[in-house]
Design a protein around this ligand. Structure first.
Ligand code: ATP
Ligand SMILES: Nc1ccn([C@H]2C[C@H](O)[C@@H](COP(=O)(O)O)O2)c(=O)n1
Length: 382
């Protein structure tokens, strides 16, 4: 990362300013103001803004997300206005200067005093560093992209009530959720997979074949708010889906007293999409198999069996075209980004407690059904 910073700095010609803010700790209002302001000055003064993170190599939760602002103007207006905006908020502000005979870059920390932002005397040299073992995006997945307890996801939506009024309605529904026991009387079978792999087709035929109850995550009762939360940043969006799983878990607990339950998407989807989105770049950047990010939340009902439908990308694309429905943003991303699709599938396969079993979804609907019924009979003794 330090190398990246140096590469960026070396392309800079004059004094630069970096604003790093900790997304978790800043109120969303402040973040929006900063973004609007940055867009405004970018437009006016030809500043460049890059998303940026700082982190200690291989140290968990050390990633701090922020912005790198490359300010081409000679005036100090940018610093002044930013100083005003950030007066009362816990942000780190640093500037980078290139100087001396060796033209070395140095980092200068800024401090928020009664007289405004002032540079502290201490300064640090910017030097290249070894490539870290863990990709920085994997150091802050927990409780930012993936939530491992009801409480952690709930807290996020609670903090959003002022800026996203819909959160209140979601929290009210979640407050009335049914409690689920650890063990269910009848088997609970989850069907997972990328879009258009045949989940709806299979879950419907399975439900009929087994005389089961069909449930979904997120559950139907969250539908009015789903599109709203889909436009939010990952922290909020993923907390919404995490809470959806707890609502579905309550329904599973209730329904599995009377009959087997089939579930169309559950925790594997929530975690796999979130991890694949959070991890930038290549497949190898995913946290290694066995990492705690692939663990199951301790307080979420565990299904008896999780099956992941897998298809070649050509056949999946063909089915998407035949279906011809509107695509969600993430579906579009899947089409455009083969790498992302691979990362989602790989993350699915690494999730544990229970792990998913991959099913070849390319045969005819009836053949897939028969194959899955065999697996269910073998694993769940149904
Ligand atoms: N085994 C199959 N062989 C051929 N076509 C199939 C098969 N299963 C489903 N399809 C077709 O592929 C399309 C996508 O299937 P389906 O809607 O069941 O997928 P899905 O995984 O539920 O998608 P999404 O997650 O986007 O809702 C549909 O047009 C469906 O009729
Ligand atoms: N339990 C779930 C279900 C869905 N999601 C997210 C992951 C994708 O962004 C999208 C896919 O859903 P679909 O378009 O197939 O309805 O929803 C999740 O995070 N958790």
């Amino acid at each position: 990362m330090a190398t990246n910073l140096i590469q960026i700095l070396n392309k800079c010609a004059s004094c630069k300013l970096i604003v790093i803010n900790k997304y978790h700790s800043l109120s969303c209002n402040v973040i929006f103001i900063i973004i609007i302001f940055l867009r405004y000055i970018t437009y006016r003064d030809r500043c460049t803004i890059l998303e940026m993170s700082i982190f200690q190599p291989n140290v968990k939760d050390s990633v701090i997300k922020g912005y790198f602002l490359k300010d081409a103007s000679k005036s100090s207006a940018t610093e002044r206005v930013l100083g005003e905006l950030l007066r009362n908020d816990p942000v780190y502000v640093c500037s980078y200067l290139c100087g001396g005979e060796d033209r070395q870059w140095s980092q200068h920390l800024w401090s928020n005093t009664e007289d405004g932002w002032v540079e502290v005397l201490e300064k640090y040299c910017v030097v290249p560093a070894e490539k870290p073992v863990h990709h920085p995006s994997t150091l802050s997945i927990i409780n930012y992209d993936v939530f491992y307890s009801f409480e952690d996801a709930y807290k996020v939506l609670q903090q959003c009530v002022d800026i996203i009024p819909e959160s209140k309605a979601v929290l009210e529904l979640v407050d009335q959720r049914l409690e689920s026991k650890e063990k269910t009387d009848f088997p609970v079978i989850v069907i997972e997979g990328l879009d258009a792999t045949g989940k709806t087709t299979l879950t419907e035929s399975l439900t009929e074949a087994l005389g089961a109850t069909l449930l979904k995550s997120p559950p139907q009762c969250l539908s009015p708010w789903r599109a709203r939360f889909d436009t939010e940043p990952p922290l909020i969006r993923r907390a919404f889906y995490a809470l959806g799983n707890y609502l579905t878990a309550g329904q599973i607990g209730q329904e599995a007293r009377q009959a087997p339950v089939i579930v169309d998407r559950y925790w594997h989807s929530t975690a796999a999409y979130a991890i694949a989105t959070a991890v930038g770049g290549k497949l190898g950047n995913l946290p290694q198999a066995g990492s705690e990010v692939y663990g199951w939340p301790g307080d979420l009902l565990r299904p008896s069996l999780v099956l992941m439908l897998s298809l070649s990308s050509q056949e999946r694309m063909r089915r998407l075209q035949v279906r011809g429905q509107d695509k969600t943003m993430e579906e579009e991303e899947l089409e455009a980004n083969h790498l992302f699709r691979q990362k989602v599938e790989e993350a699915y396969q690494r999730i544990e407690g229970p792990a998913c079993i991959t099913v070849d979804a390319s045969p005819s609907p009836d053949q897939v059904l028969q194959q899955v019924l065999l697996l269910i009979r073998e694993k769940c003794h149904l």
